[in-house]
Ligand binder design. Structure first.
Ligand code: PGA
Length: 253
């Protein structure tokens, strides 16, 4: 069975002291309150990964992730971090292709395919993000648009490689807006994406891939979203910055 995952995406938030405090709170709440099989991934600013690792060591079900990595192994890319660097500090996950990276840093599907490759080569689990804008939802074949993001960035992978990828569907119009996709809208897209994967890789492989929903997931709507058969968890932005809200979302999965 595919994994149930709730990942927090802290984005560019929290000072080091705040990050340590939030991690400690989340660790304690999850230890005390969460049972079942859900995995929790905290995608924190890269600068804090080494420190925060000490705070989650030995804690069941919680791991860390970076929010991005460069598509090259090393070199003259000022300000960037590489997949081998993440591997060297034992970080198991990395978000690839978040819509903010696509929008503000012009990351393309082809470039993201390279990032996925280098992440996998270094033993990292890519949390590959996809999703359409409001304009695309209203005026275009929005399902076709998101399917194409997956085709162009993931369909060069072998079936075995694909099973190491987590997909996060995040409609851009729902990110940070308080405007969540309805449970039906989420299920419609997730089912379409799983069918797309099945067409290329077969149903058995498609059924193994965790597809997370992201976009204004909160304590109040998580259970309804996660109740959908093709929604395997969430990628949580704003609500992951508050330990109580985030823990409630984890408990809803
Ligand atoms: P949000 O962000 O939960 O604040 O909408 C989600 C994301 O960008 O991953």
């Amino acid at each position: 069975m595919r994994k149930k995952i709730v990942a927090g995406n802290w984005k560019m938030n929290k000072t080091l002291d705040e990050a340590v405090a939030l991690t400690s709170e989340v660790v304690n709440m999850i230890k005390d309150e969460v049972s079942g099989e859900v995995e929790v991934i905290l995608c924190v600013p890269a600068l804090y990964l080494t420190t925060l690792k000490k705070h989650i060591e030995g804690v069941n079900r919680i791991s860390l992730g970076a929010q991005n990595c460069h598509e090259k192994t090393s070199g003259a890319y000022t300000g960037e971090i590489s997949a081998p660097m993440l591997k060297a500090i034992d970080i198991p996950n990395v978000i690839i292709g978040h819509s903010e990276r696509r929008q503000y840093f012009s990351e393309t599907n082809a470039q993201l395919a390279e990032k996925v490759n280098i992440a996998l080569e270094n033993g990292l689990t890519p949390i590959f993000c996809c999703g359409e804008s409001l304009d695309q939802r209203q005026n275009e074949d929005y399902i076709g648009f998101v399917k194409n993001q997956i085709t162009e960035s993931l369909f060069h992978l072998s079936a075995e490689q694909l099973t190491s990828v987590v997909i996060a569907y995040e409609p851009i119009w729902a990110i940070g807006t308080g405007l969540t996709a309805s449970a039906e809208q989420a299920q419609e897209m997730h089912a379409a994406l799983r069918a797309h994967l099945a067409e290329k890789y077969g149903k058995e492989v498609a059924d193994e891939i965790s597809i997370l929903y992201g976009g204004s997931v909160g304590a109040a709507n998580a259970a309804e979203l996660f109740a959908n058969p093709d929604v395997d968890g969430g990628l949580v932005g704003g609500a992951s910055l508050k330990s109580r809200d985030f823990t409630e979302i984890v408990k809803a999965r």
